[in-house]
Design a protein around this ligand. Structure first.
Ligand code: ADP
Length: 241
């Protein structure tokens, strides 16, 4: 069968579809596994499109460094790290401004979900290792870290789940790939507690009008809720109902 498309129809089809063929409200293929490392207290592995991320959690355990101890609660420390082989050109190993910033915002995004008062003078360490990066790693890291914390048996009010929305070719789209992030006009990572939709992270890189911002926030929250289902399935597979 031959289908004839007029130039106008072709234009509207090609504008509707994203480079990788996704619909504007579609996330990349997502896979999450809980509890894959023997030696960590909790762990997870996540793939989102071309992202591959491993998270290990240690603790809660007594903080050895006095300065770190809080008499009434535990402290959460996060380290986001990109492997040298995770990006096209070898990345210099070790922390840089970007990874220090992402480590900080990750701890802030996770903290509201954790019942830290249960563990005074303790510390919880979250290690996020980006093995391969393809855009949206800060969100994917937060999503995976939350699964690893639950796997560690950390008492939590809810999971934390993150997803970005942004603007590419004038359109608001969900879960930007690296290519879309590079070409796009705006990228807005959002993290929420899915039960009450409390926002624990909201960043914005680029320019959005008030309407576009609201549309992107709505879309990011919808993405978060989809991703939360996959988080829950990963924990169910590991621990049953
Ligand atoms: P996020 O990964 O949360 O989207 P950025 O917007 O800072 O964070 O980065 C977007 C993407 O750019 C990353 O996911 C990664 O694919 C790529 N990237 C980040 N840092 C580097 C780097 N040092 N070298 C090459 N690519 C990088």
């Amino acid at each position: 069968m031959i289908i004839i498309i007029t130039p106008d129809e072709f234009k509207s089809v090609s504008e509707a579809a994203r480079e990788d063929g996704r619909a504007p409200d579609e996330i990349r293929p997502l896979k999450i596994e809980a509890g894959i490392l023997e030696r960590a207290d909790g762990s997870s592995y996540l793939e989102l499109g071309g992202n591959k991320i491993l998270v290990a959690v240690y603790g809660p355990r007594e903080a050895q460094i006095k300065k770190l101890q809080r008499p009434d609660r535990a402290v959460i420390r996060c380290r986001y790290n990109m492997a040298p082989f995770s990006v096209e050109e070898r990345k210099r190993p070790g922390p840089d401004r970007r990874s220090v910033e992402i480590s900080k915002i990750t701890a802030e995004a996770l903290r509201p979900a954790l019942i830290l008062e249960k563990f005074p003078r303790s510390v919880i360490d979250v290690f996020i290792e980006v093995l391969e990066a393809e855009g949206g790693t800060r969100c994917a890291g937060i999503t995976a870290a939350s699964v690893a914390l639950a796997d560690a048996g950390m008492p939590m009010k809810d999971m934390v789940v993150a997803c970005a929305a942004g603007k590419v070719n004038g359109k608001i789209v969900l879960d930007l790939s690296e290519e879309e992030d590079k070409r796009g006009e705006a990228d807005m990572p959002v993290a929420i507690l899915p039960r009450n939709k409390e926002i624990t992270l909201l960043q914005s890189d680029g320019n959005l009008t008030q309407e576009e911002f609201e549309e992107a926030l709505d879309l990011a929250i919808k993405g978060c809720l989809k991703i939360n289902k996959v988080q829950k399935e990963a924990l169910k597979r590991k621990y049953g109902e």
